[in-house]
Design a protein around this ligand. Structure first.
Ligand code: HEM
Length: 416
C-alpha cells in the first residue's frame, strides 16, 4: 500500500507554501479488507489539520482528522457547501458525485427546507415502524438461503436485496425497476469512470425519475416519492431538487447498507471472541452495531469539502476565507484521544462517545436510523437463524471492491 506522504521534491505534485505547511499528495489507493488508510492514521497523530492534494481537481485543501476539530468545523455555519458548486476543489473523483442543487451542496435556507421535506420519512419513529416489515423481508430471504442449503453468497442472498426492497417500499420505486437503478449505481459510485459516462448515467436516472414523477402526480401512492411530488406541486421543491434528492436517497440506500451490513458480518466472523460475547446476550446488539460503525472504514478517501466564508481558526490553524476544507469522519472515529485503543474492535466499550460514522452537524446523514435498523435486523436474523454461521472460504480469499467510493466485500461466501 502506497502512502505518498508529504511531497517535497520539485514537480507537478509539489505545492509548498511555508506558512501553510507542505501538501500531502493523497492518491487514495485500494485498501483491502478492514485496512485503515495509513495517511489518515499518521495525520491524526502528527498533523491533525493538514494540507492535502488529491488526484483530480485543482489546488490544495485542508484535511481535518481529529474528533473535536471535526465536530467544531462541521457545526460552524461559516463553512459553506454551496460555494463548492462550480469550484474545481482538489478531489478524489474526476467529477463530483453529488449533483448540483443536491442536498449535500446547499446551505440554509435551501438546505433547511430540503431536509425538512425528507427528514420525516427517515425519522426514528417511521424507521421503527418499518422494522417489522424489514424483519419479515429478512426472514423470507433467509428462508430461501436455508432451503437451498450451504454454502450461500450473503450479498446476493441478503445484504443486497434487503435494502433494495426496503428503499423500494419507502420511496415507492417499483420492484421491477430496482435492477435498473443498481446498474446506474455501479457507474456513479465507481471512482474511475469518465465524466461522459457519469453524466450519461445521471441523465438516464433523471429521465427515469421524471417519468415516475409524472405517473405519481396523476396516481399518488402512500410513499415518500409521492410526498415529494406533492411538495413539488405545491411549490416547495423545484424539479431538479426533486430528482437529485431521489437519486441521492436511492444510491445511498442501495450501496451503503449493502456494504455496511456485509462488512459487519465479515468483521464479526473474523473476530470470534467478539461474536461469542454478542451471542451471549442479544440485547447487546445495538451497542455492537455502534462499535462496528466506529471501527469499520466505510469509504475510501473523503466526502465533500466545505469552503470557509471568513477566516476561521480550528485546532490552532487558521483556515482563510475562500479555502476548502475536508473532514475525515473515519479518522475521527479512530482518534486516540477519544477512543482508547482506537484500532481495536471492542464491542464491550463502555466509555463510548458517539461515533461520527454518519457525520455531524447540519449535513448529518439522513439515512442513519434506517442504516442502523437494517444492520441490526441483518445481524439479529443471522444470529437467530444461522447459529453456526461462518465464512465458507478463508478470510484472505474474500475479494474487496476496488475503484469505488464505498468499501465492502464484493461477495461474501458463508456456510453454517
Ligand atoms: C453505512 C451507511 C451510511 C453511512 C456511513 C453514511 C454516511 C454519511 C455521511 C458521512 C454523510 C455526510 C455528512 C457530511 O456531509 O458532513 C451522509 C450524508 C447523507 N446521507 Fe448517509 N450514510 C449512510 C447511509 C445512508 C442511507 C442509507 C441514506 C438514504 C437512505 C443516506 C442518505 C444521506 C443523505 C441524503 C445525506 C446528505 C444529508 C445532507 O447533506 O443534509 N445515507 N451520510
Amino acid at each position: 500500500m502506497t502512502d505518498a506522504g508529504p511531497v517535497t521534491d520539485a514537480g507537478p505534485l509539489t505545492e509548498v507554501c511555508p506558512a501553510r505547511g507542505t501538501a500531502h499528495f493523497w492518491p487514495v489507493d485500494h485498501l483491502p479488507e478492514l485496512e485503515f488508510d495509513p495517511l489518515l492514521h499518521r495525520l491524526l497523530r502528527e498533523e491533525p489539520i493538514a494540507r492535502i492534494r488529491l488526484r483530480f481537481g485543482e489546488g490544495e485543501a485542508w484535511l481535518a482528522t481529529r474528533y473535536e476539530d471535526i465536530k467544531e468545523l462541521t457545526s460552524d455555519p461559516r463553512f459553506s457547501r454551496e460555494l463548492t458548486v462550480d469550484r474545481p476543489v482538489t478531489s478524489m473523483t474526476p467529477h463530483v458525485v453529488a449533483p448540483v442543487g443536491g442536498i449535500g451542496r446547499t446551505d440554509p435556507p435551501d438546505h433547511t427546507r430540503l431536509r425538512r421535506l425528507v427528514a420525516q420519512a427517515f425519522n426514528r419513529r417511521r424507521v421503527a415502524r418499518l422494522r417489522v416489515e424489514t424483519e419479515e423481508i429478512a426472514d423470507r430471504l433467509v428462508d430461501a438461503v436455508l432451503d437451498q442449503g450451504p454454502p450461500a453468497e450473503l450479498t446476493s442472498a441478503l445484504t443486497g436485496p434487503l435494502p433494495e426492497q426496503v428503499i423500494g417500499r419507502l420511496l415507492g420505486v417499483p420492484a421491477g425497476d430496482l435492477g435498473l437503478l443498481q446498474g446506474w449505481r455501479a457507474v456513479i459510485l465507481s471512482s474511475d469512470h469518465s465524466l461522459a459516462e457519469s453524466n450519461g448515467v445521471k441523465a438516464e436516472i433523471a429521465g427515469y425519475f421524471r417519468t415516475l414523477a409524472e405517473h405519481r402526480a396523476a396516481h399518488p401512492a402512500d410513499d415518500l416519492f409521492s410526498e415529494l411530488v406533492a411538495a413539488h406541486g405545491a411549490g416547495a421543491l423545484s424539479r431538479p431538487e426533486l430528482i437529485s434528492l431521489s437519486v441521492m436517497i436511492v444510491l445511498n440506500a442501495l450501496d451503503q447498507i449493502r456494504n455496511q451490513a456485509s462488512t459487519m458480518v465479515y468483521t464479526l466472523l473474523t473476530h470470534p471472541g467478539q461474536l461469542a460475547w454478542l451471542r451471549e446476550d442479544r440485547t447487546r446488539l445495538p451497542a455492537a452495531v455502534e462499535e462496528l460503525l466506529r471501527f469499520i472504514p466505510q469509504r475510501n478517501g473523503v466526502g465533500m469539502p466545505r469552503i470557509a466564508t471568513e477566516d476561521v481558526t480550528v485546532g490552532g490553524v487558521t483556515i482563510r476565507s475562500g479555502e476548502a476544507v475536508y473532514v475525515s469522519y473515519l479518522a475521527a472515529n479512530r482518534d486516540p484521544t477519544v477512543f482508547a485503543g482506537p484500532d481495536r474492535l471492542d464491542l464491550t466499550r463502555t466509555d463510548r462517545p458517539p461515533n461520527l460514522a454518519f457525520g455531524h452537524g447540519a449535513h448529518y446523514c439522513l439515512g442513519a436510523a434506517l442504516t442502523r435498523m437494517q444492520c441490526e435486523v441483518v445481524l439479529g436474523t443471522l444470529l437467530d437463524r444461522l447459529p453456526g454461521l461462518r465464512l465458507a472460504v478463508p478470510a484472505a480469499e474474500i475479494r474487496w471492491r476496488r475503484g469505488t467510493v464505498n468499501r465492502g466485500p464484493e461477495t461474501l461466501p458463508i456456510s453454517w
